[in-house]
Design a protein. Sequence first.
Length: 376
Amino acid sequence: MPTHVRSYSKINLGLAIGPPRSDGFHSLVTLYQTLALYDQIALVARPAAVTRITLRSNDPRVPLDARNTVWKMVAKALSVLNRTAEVTVHIQKNLPIQGGMGAGSANAAAALIGLEKALCLSIPPETRLEIAAQVGSDVPLFLVGGASFGSNRGEAVTPAPVITFEGQSEIPCVIALPNVGVSTPQAFRDWDARFKSAPDLHNPPIRDTMNELSRTYASVFGYQGEMESNQSGASGIFPEPSLSVASGSPEKLQGTPDEQLHRSPETTDRSGIKIDLAENSLLALVRTGIENDFETVVFPQYPSLREIKRHLMGPSEQENSAIIAALSGSGSALFGLYRSKSHAEAAQQRLQQHGVKALVTTTLPRPLYWSDMFAE
């Protein structure tokens, strides 16, 4: 019988990019949040003398060879574990390709989890994360789930406290799915071009958004430490990622008390108003200031995405406007978070009236992420 694994999606609650590094990557700082929208992985595996991997999918755009992150994950995991097996994986695609929702990375993480179960393996959590980081920068976050900080090139993940609004941890969300695809490598090249341009009246100096966003997260979640910019993009604010997630299986983190995740009981926004983090950490993030650097290079290339963000946000004077709306990752998907499901449905209708496909879902906190991982 196949092992069925839900392959959940994500959004980025803020994303700051550093300059290009000597290894060809970019350092970044972000706060990932998983969503209830998912693809589904059906995996069959049995020991064999020689490893053979077969991929199938309902979407003809999905590569079914070694270019696929699922293929890479299965091959890498079996190699690291010194196992050989015949593995067949069916990828049921519901999420957009090149959408900025981490779908391909989530598929890879789900395949690893399914492979463990199908072959009755127990992979140490630190080995899980090492394998995942080699497959893709976004893959490790799906071995943590819920809210998690990402640093270095995104693969260094640290569990974050649950994101709440008015005491709710499942926040209504609308995902807008434009009819365009954004290339992440091209978005990074466009970002690099900004650094190569000499500052002038038309090209102001580039802000150090990595430090700014790191400080925002630190002020909201109560991390203490002195900023130390370096080549890896790590800082003194966040705990060492390997220590944060290697102490036990990621799913065991679902019961981690907030105080163990360094949460402070309250924070102060830019206007000096104190916000109770147990009730409104999302509001604290928004008021303190979170942005996605990719918007500065993607929106000029795809002006329709800026307009979609405006529709997601809604009129500022109306009660049903979004708490926050932004590009997810490098796009092309955008998201909005709302005070209620009815507000989210109103935003969905606004988008559909302008010919944009939109889905209503919710944020997915870590306990639900793991309890609902295996599908019937």
